[in-house]
Ligand binder design. Structure first.
Ligand SMILES: [Zn+2]
Length: 883
């Protein structure tokens, strides 16, 4: 066991490692319960070290069987082994070879960190600090070494043996039933990128020829019998490799690239050098079992992990505070890839929905932290939307500020200068400042200051001068540990939509044209005077969501409807409809809480009807426009004294109104968008299905029996999971006999398919009925449910806690009780997943008083539990901590 109440680790305490490791030779003999690990490290003193020269190695839940220095066994008294590691107080003065032997039990490893077994196969997860559960090592990313790994296993139990790098030798162990494989990775890497896999696996393979003509063998390994479902992942990998060559000039470097899918995995996927290990949810796909969204996620995650080869692996992080250096940058890269493969505007809208739904919520609560935190107690709790999604927005802002060419020059410099090293955010940003010849010191605040900037925009039009003044004030609200903030540099892409609906040129009075229409804010308040602006012009602010900020502008409903009809920027056209919907919903939430009757807004319905009728718009885009703000979106916009029940009622009222008022158009579209012929996951086909299913859902919203029957028929007859699942989700919202029949039928049809059964669990957990609490309790006792499988826990309890706003936030507190009970039960099995589940309470302070008190009681029950893991204790203490 490790020390549970560790002291905080601070960025300001960073110092270089005392010892460097040049090579690591591992000899790992796999066994279900007694895996023997022999490690041989070539250590040398770090010339940059300042501290004492003791060798301090990290360990977690392991004990040394033997320790040797330069081949000579050490006496037990010559080193100190503790639960946290192994210390050699008086090592040799110069370079030496350290050999350590340990034995571990992969079958008993339910934390899924280090070496563990999933469906009988051996696999590893070492990021962030899992390698220390395999052997003693300086487990920090700035110690980079060349690894050679010999794997040995029973031939029947693990016919496939995979490691990092290239396969250099393999064969049988004479006189035994065992065989071995030796893998060598010539690229120095930190130990968090170490991986091994052993098991009975099938593969889909291909070869890829790189831009310089080298041949790379590709393999996607899955559970035997599921090879057919790995084809899309393999194609996505090939597209990713080609794209990185074309978009960033990055070529793959080893002879092989392998991906392995496992069923038990804490995260989405892991970018281990040359051997990515994936949650099988992001690999396996067939038309019958995966939705269009699943296909899109698979493509994006395959790309993300592949892109890490350059942004993360070749150039890694100096320390875990720099996590955004690899994650934010790589999310930006995978977003760009998906935009190029699919529809850029639709991708942007989807990404901003995710950013607002997760990161803005995080920023507004007690778990808020900067893109680069300056302190942590448990690094696993910092794999957050802020580090990933906001981290990507920060990179995108660099591109917006500098322009495409200078941004690319900065990236090229970064790759050239830091290849093979462990870098910092400062070093990354310096490359752009240097390549572009500009000062980015104020920009660094995006990494240091937490919170979402709020912009207030006030217009003043001078008809005589033909000028429009935009007064823009920025405020960054206080966050934990940061009571006051400095103004940020904010790139605000601006459009001016003239009275006839066309874009006007953007000229600053006295300065001339604005480069690419991007206003750059640097002060707390400033005024931009634009010239050549006729009366009736409407500003389109933050086009393409150029900065991750909230905007409060003095635009009227008429202005928003005008933008919804004419804005040439597809993102802001969508945004205008969202803002109109949000304003109406917030008004109606207040009305409902006051006991009044909701207001029907014919103007809003008319704006949506106009979008529906615009045949130039792609179906995928129209589907996004028709998807009104979620309950979470409305709660976030309200911000305080939140009543989830009133939000639900207001949203339902609007959905019913749309379903009634637009029924003829929705039905015509539903019929016209029907696709005959075989299923294809391409973006255009997926877009037609998305719009058709949004039409179905709105048609059914008023509860008309004919529409429910239509949904039930689609659910029963669909030839693909997208249409089946969408119809089932629509049925789930209506308490009818068809719902229960469809759920039962779905289970019978897919009972042997765990990923599909996850969908079945998740959908039921999200039903917004009071009966859902008992339903979830019942499902938690279902034979198919297990706390040992993270996907299953996330599907049932995670969906209930994160996506069922009315039932998780029941006024009687029973929703909180269910989740707290699960966190406690899970903490002893898998603390990392338990901690993630506990973050469901992150918005508790924004709730109305009754629910706020109940949520606080739930958090306090967690806090009062003895022997809480460090992971959960950290989340609970911060959630209850200072405002
Ligand atoms: Zn990543």
């Amino acid at each position: 066991m490790r020390t549970e109440h560790a002291r905080p680790i601070r960025l300001s305490d960073y110092r270089p490692p005392d010892w460097l490791v040049d090579t690591v030779d591992l000899d790992i003999a796999l066994h279900p319960t007694r895996t023997r690990v022999r490690s041989r490290l070539r250590l040398r003193p770090n010339p940059q070290a300042v501290g004492p020269a003791a060798v301090v190695l990290d360990g977690d839940d392991i004990t040394p069987l033997s320790v040797r220095i330069d081949g000579v066994p050490m006496a037990d008294s010559a080193y100190l082994a503790t639960p946290d590691g192994l210390t050699i107080p008086q090592p040799p003065a110069g370079p030496f070879v350290l050999e350590i032997e340990t034995e571990i039990d992969p079958s008993a490893n339910t934390k899924l960190m280090g070496l563990y077994r999933s469906s009988g196969n051996y696999c590893t997860q070492c990021e962030a600090e899992g390698f220390r559960r395999i052997t003693f090592f300086p487990d920090r990313p700035d110690v980079m070494a060349v690894y050679t790994t010999r794997l040995e296993a029973d031939r029947d139990e693990a016919p496939v043996l995979l490691g990092n790098g290239n396969l250099i030798e393999q064969g049988d162990v004479p006189g035994t039933t065992r065989h071995f494989a030796v893998w060598h990775d010539p690229f120095p890497k930190p130990c968090y990128l170490f991986a091994l896999v052993g098991g009975r696996l099938g593969a889909r393979t291909a070869t890829f020829t790189t831009m310089s003509g080298r041949t790379v063998a590709l393999g996607v390994y899955v559970e035997s019998g599921k090879e057919e479902r790995a084809g899309y992942a393999l194609e996505a990998l090939e597209r990713s490799m080609r794209w990185d060559e074309q978009a960033f000039g990055r070529e793959y470097d080893l002879d092989v690239f392998n991906i392995v899918a496992v069923a038990d995995f804490n995260m989405g996927a892991m970018e281990n050098k040359g051997l990515n290990i994936f949650n099988d949810k992001y690999i396996l796909a067939s038309p019958e079992t995966a939705t269009d969204a699943d296909y899109a996620h698979i493509e994006a995650v395959i790309a993300h992990e592949y892109f890490h080869n350059w942004t993360g692996n070749r150039i890694t992080c100096r320390d875990w505070f720099q996590l955004c250096l690899k994650e934010g940058l790589t999310v930006f890269r995978d977003q760009e890839f998906s935009s190029d493969m699919r529809s850029r505007p639709v991708k942007r809208i989807a990404d901003v929905r995710v950013l607002r739904g997760h990161q803005f919520v995080e920023d507004a609560g007690p778990l808020a932290h900067p893109v680069r935190p300056d302190t942590y107690r448990e690094i696993n709790n910092f794999y957050t939307a802020t580090v990933y999604e906001k981290g990507a927005e920060v990179v995108r802002m660099l591109e917006t500020l500098l322009g495409r060419e200078r941004f690319r020059a900065g990236m090229d410099l970064y790759f050239a200068r830091h290849d093979g090293h462990a870098a910092t955010v400062e070093e990354f940003v310096a490359c752009f400042a240097e390549a572009a010849g500009t000062d980015l010191s104020q920009f660094m605040l995006w990494y240091a200051q937490a919170g979402t900037p709020e912009l207030a925009v006030t217009r003043r039009h001078d008809a005589q001068a033909g000028t429009l003044s935009l007064e823009i004030a920025q405020v960054l609200p206080p966050t934990p540990g940061q009571p006051s903030k400095s103004p940020m540099v904010i790139p605000l892409a601006l459009g001016l939509v003239g009275p006839d609906g066309d874009d006007l040129p953007i000229r600053l009075a006295g300065h001339g044209p604005v480069d690419r229409g991007v206003l750059v804010l640097t002060r707390a308040a400033e005024t931009f005077v634009l010239e050549g602006v006729p009366a009736g012009t409407v500003p389109s602010l933050n086009r393409g969501f150029s900065a991750p900020v909230k905007i409060n502008a003095d635009l009227t409903s008429d202005d928003l409807r005008f933008l919804a009809a004419h804005d040439s920027d597809p993102f802001n056209r969508w945004q205008a409809v969202q803002t109109l919907a949000s304003e109406l919903l917030i008004e109606n939430v207040a009305v409902i809480r006051a006991g009044g009757a909701v207001r029907h807004d014919g103007g809003f319905v008319h704006a949506l009807a106009a979008v529906l009728a615009d045949e130039r718009l792609a179906p995928a885009y129209v589907a996004q426009v028709l998807s009104i703000p979620s309950e979470g979106d409305i709660a976030r916009d309200i911000g305080r004294d939140v009543d989830p029940e009133a939000i639900y009622l207001a949203r339902q009222a609007l959905r019913r109104a749309l379903g009634n008022d637009l029924a003829p158009t929705l039905r015509i579209l539903y019929d016209r968008l029907r696709q005959d012929g075989p299923y294809s996951p391409d973006a255009a086909s997926a877009g037609r299905r998305a719009l058709r299913n949004v039409c179905l859902d709105l048609l059914a919203a008023p509860g008309h029996p004919a529409a429910i029957t239509l949904a039930a028929a689609q659910c029963a007859e669909a030839d693909n999971m997208t249409d089946r699942m969408a119809a089932l989700a629509t049925l789930a919202l209506h308490d009818t006999p068809q719902r229960e029949a469809a759920l039962a039928d779905f289970f019978e049809r897919f009972r042997t398919d765990p990923l599909v059964i996850d969908k079945w669990f998740a959908l039921q957990a999200m039903i917004p009925d009071p009966g859902t609490l008992d339903r979830v309790r019942g499902l938690a006792a279902h034979p198919a449910f297990s706390l040992a499988n993270p996907n299953r826990v996330r599907a049932l309890i995670g969906s209930f806690a994160q996506a069922n706003h009315t039932q998780f936030n029941r006024a009687d507190g029973e929703g909180y009780r269910l989740v707290v009970d699960t966190v406690l039960a899970l903490d002893g099995v898998n603390p990392q997943v338990a901690a993630r589940l506990a973050t469901a309470f992150r918005s508790w302070r924004a709730l109305e008083p009754t629910r706020r008190a109940a949520a606080r009681a739930g958090l306090e029950r967690l806090a009062g539990t003895a022997s809480l893991s460090r992971d959960v204790a950290d989340i609970v203490e911060r959630s209850l901590g200072e405002r």
